[in-house]
Design a binder for this molecule. Structure first.
Ligand code: 5RP
Length: 215
């Protein structure tokens, strides 16, 4: 699958233009994108990063990392996903970076999602749905998620997000109405964000292959 991830990432470089500030996601697919972006480092202004992990890789390539508050609206965001449905709705957060990823997706005019073919699903939910939660609300939110979704929330023990919070992964879901589920989970006090990207889905999905598929 890593070859497919690389092919998707390299295809996404076609969307980069001179002088851009590029929004950059997190994960192994995005790592290939960052490596390819290195060839553009003197042609772009820099990148807005969604995680400490991506920041380190961008800086190692000499790409300037710019604060989103200074950058303003972005024209392009490139990120991976854990699952992608036919409407380009996504599950994200396998790498625990969902909140910053969602913020950058919202700030961006165009969201290009880069995946290998295993990420394409007819219905979201086989991959456990990540929810970032304020630590003191962990048990409360887990009970509410169980009630609300019927899935099984599991604490991702040992993981603290870049924002100092914890992750609950909801197992055994079949998400037939992703927009409604995203909205409902967002209402629970203590939830910082949910890794459902449905209200703001991807605009373009690139599935790695020979040749890559652009959806
Ligand atoms: C990180 C994410 C990633 O985009 C997602 O987990 C996919 O990762 P990978 O490209 O390693 O398969 O949402 O929070």
């Amino acid at each position: 699958m890593s070859e497919a991830k690389k092919l998707a990432a390299e295809k996404a470089i076609q969307y980069v233009e001179d002088n851009m500030i590029v929004g950059v996601g997190t994960g192994s697919t995005v790592a290939y994108f960052i490596d390819a972006l290195a060839a553009w480092k003197d042609r772009i202004q820099g990148a807005v990063s969604s995680s400490e992990q991506s920041t380190a890789r961008l800086q190692a390539h000499g790409i300037d990392v710019i604060d989103l508050n200074a950058a303003g609206p972005l024209s392009l965001y490139v990120d991976g996903a854990d699952e992608c449905d036919p409407d380009k709705c996504l599950i994200k957060g396998g790498g625990a970076a969902l909140t910053r990823e969602k913020i950058i997706a919202e700030a961006s005019e165009r969201f290009i999602c880069i995946v290998d073919p295993s990420k394409q699903v007819p219905v979201l939910g086989k991959f456990p749905l990540p929810v970032e939660v304020i630590p003191m609300a962990r048990s409360l939110v887990a009970r509410k998620l169980l009630e609300l979704t019927g899935g099984q929330p599991v604490w991702r023990d040992g993981v603290i997000t870049d924002n100092g919070n914890v992750i609950l992964d909801i197992h055994n879901l079949a998400i037939t109405d992703p927009v409604a589920m995203e909205r409902a989970i967002n209402q629970i006090p203590g939830v910082v964000s949910v890794g459902l990207f449905a209200r703001r889905p991807a605009d373009v999905v690139i599935v790695g292959g020979q040749p890559p598929l652009v959806l």
